[in-house]
Each structure stands twice: as C-alpha cells, then as structure tokens.
Design a binder for this molecule. Sequence first.
Ligand code: ZN
Ligand code: ZN
Length: 153
Amino acid sequence: MENVIDEYREEGIKLTPQRIAIIDYLKGNKEHPSADDIYRAVKERFPTMSFATVYNTLGLLVARGKVVRISIDSVKMRFDPDNNPHHHLICSSCRRIDDICGDFGLGPPECLPEDYIVTGHHVEFYGICPDCNKTPGRSASRVPIKEGCHEKA
Ligand SMILES: [Zn+2]
Ligand SMILES: [Zn+2]
C-alpha cells in the first residue's frame, strides 16, 4: 500500500480526494475492514461520498494486488491491505480477524491433478478471541461460522 498513490499518479489513474482518503484509511490497517466499514469511516470526512466510490476503489486496488479480498467472514467480504502471504484467525463471536504469519510447511497435496498449477494457499482458523473469552456470555457463537470441510468444530 505504501506507494500506491504515487504509482497511480504516475500511471495517470484519476485520484479524487475520496479515493485518496480510502487508500489512506486502508494503509497499515490491521482490522480487515469490510466495504461498509470503509464507507462509514471515510464518509465522516466526505459526507457526499457514495458507496459506489468505495466499491470501485476497492475493485481497482484488488485488481492491482494492492488489497486482498478475505472471505473468512461468512457474513461479509473483508479487505486486507497487507498483500504479503499470511493466514487468518477469526473470532466467531465478535468477527475480529487477526493475522497469522507462520509457515505451516504446507505443500500441494499429492492427490491434485499433475498439471494443476497451485499459485498459493490460505489457512483459516476459527475461535474465540481473548476479549470475548473474558466477557461472560460472549463466548458463545452468535453468528454461525463458515461451514467448510477444513473446519474443526
Ligand atoms: Zn471476539
Ligand atoms: Zn491479514
């Protein structure tokens, strides 16, 4: 995300103040915000900004690999400005997403077709975050977590 604004200027991509505000909001953001979170945060500075602006800007950033779409939250798509490969941990109570930057030593399984080109992998963990664990009554899962063959209940 660091040089996104300079890069886009050099390439002649139109950067409105709203777009710059969205990029600034995302820079170094560890919250894995949804499009709605971004919209609400940036709208405070630009009350006339439309949701479409957030959506289009995210589309541009994702297409250029500056922001990664995260599908770990079954309720809404989340976005990650950290495009270095890493894994995610989601709290099934408050939906907080944390980064996991470990190497699990995972390689492509032998059962894959021989000519299949694997370009990456992503491991998702589900659990209860320390904050929810400390709060009585919050540790129960309020929103069903994503059903998946890789999920351990
Ligand atoms: Zn939590
Ligand atoms: Zn992340």
